[in-house]
Design a protein around this ligand. Structure first.
Ligand code: DGL
Length: 277
């Protein structure tokens, strides 16, 4: 086990909060025995309404912590942090940085009505990155950009299907449907946990696209070893938060789908490690 664990790749994953767990789950679906450290900056979430300089600085500090902890690859499991910080991370850190952006390109390729809806945070919607994606891939298609202030907070609270959540989602999604949207992009990793509610509102004919599987495949291209993937090793994961570990334990376990321990980022002596099946 010891020799084996030395050969297991270690990835670092971070997000403003719990949304990036959707990406980490996708990575582990592709590569169940990868070791990871996940940092949720829940003490500073949401990023989407913060100034770009703040997000950039947080992303840099957190990514540095992951590198110091031995991560061989960093996954920025946050569209908002990618939009404002990816260039700095790539130029300052010594490991590959895998980042995410709203799946506008595949959505444009799939739409039949010529109307694509994008749900994302304010900061992502107004970013140069999204403007570039619309310019490059959105020609001839109506790309409706819908900022969703406050939606991340519902997920951070674990409020995935309450009446309030549904009511807010209806307010965001129905106007997009009324304009003929047949393809909906979830441009924030938190929203993946709301997908079934969004599907109920948007209806069965609408394509819902998000980037976690694509990011997982890209991560594998950096760490991938099919030999390791077939070995009987369960993988180890450390979950850390800058918020309250007690609240985090509840919401992480809910979203992960199993009971997990969550440590405080600042208290690096008590980083709890989970053995995962
Ligand atoms: N999960 C982050 C994203 O993908 C949410 C950002 C926020 O905290 O507003 O954009």
């Amino acid at each position: 086990m010891t020799n084996h664990s030395a050969a297991v790749p270690k990835i670092g994953v971070f997000d403003s909060g719990v949304g990036g767990l959707s990406v980490l789950k996708a990575i582990r679906r592709e590569h169940p025995i990868v070791d990871f450290i996940y940092i949720a900056d829940s003490g500073n979430a949401p990023y989407g309404s913060r100034p770009a300089a703040f997000i950039e600085s947080r992303a840099h500090q957190i990514a540095e912590r992951l590198v110091d902890a031995g991560a061989q690859v960093i996954v920025v499991a946050c569209n908002t942090a990618t939009a404002v910080a990816v260039a700095r991370l790539r130029s300052h850190l010594p490991v590959p940085i895998i980042a995410m952006e709203p799946a506008i390109k595949p959505a444009v390729a799939q739409t039949k009505t010529g109307v694509v809806g994008v749900l994302a945070t304010e900061r992502t919607i107004e970013s140069a990155n999204v403007a570039r994606l619309c310019r490059k891939f959105g020609q001839g298609v109506n790309v409706l950009l819908q900022p969703c202030p406050g939606l991340v907070e519902f997920v951070e609270r674990g409020e995935l299907s309450s009446a309030r959540t549904r009511e807010y989602l209806r307010m965001l999604v129905i106007p997009l449907m009324d304009k003929g949207t047949d393809t909906l992009v979830l441009g924030c990793t938190h929203y993946v946990f709301l997908e079934s509610e969004i599907r109920d509102i948007a209806g069965p004919a609408v394509q819902i696209i998000e980037s976690s599987a694509a990011v997982a495949r890209q991560t594998l291209r950096h760490i991938g070893s099919k030999d390791i993937a077939s070995a009987p090793y369960p993988g180890r994961g450390t979950f850390l938060t800058t918020g309250s570990p007690d609240s985090a334990r509840v919401i992480f376990s809910q979203l992960w789908g199993a009971q997990v321990e969550v440590g405080a980022l600042e208290n690096s002596n008590v980083w709890a490690e989970n053995r995962l099946n």
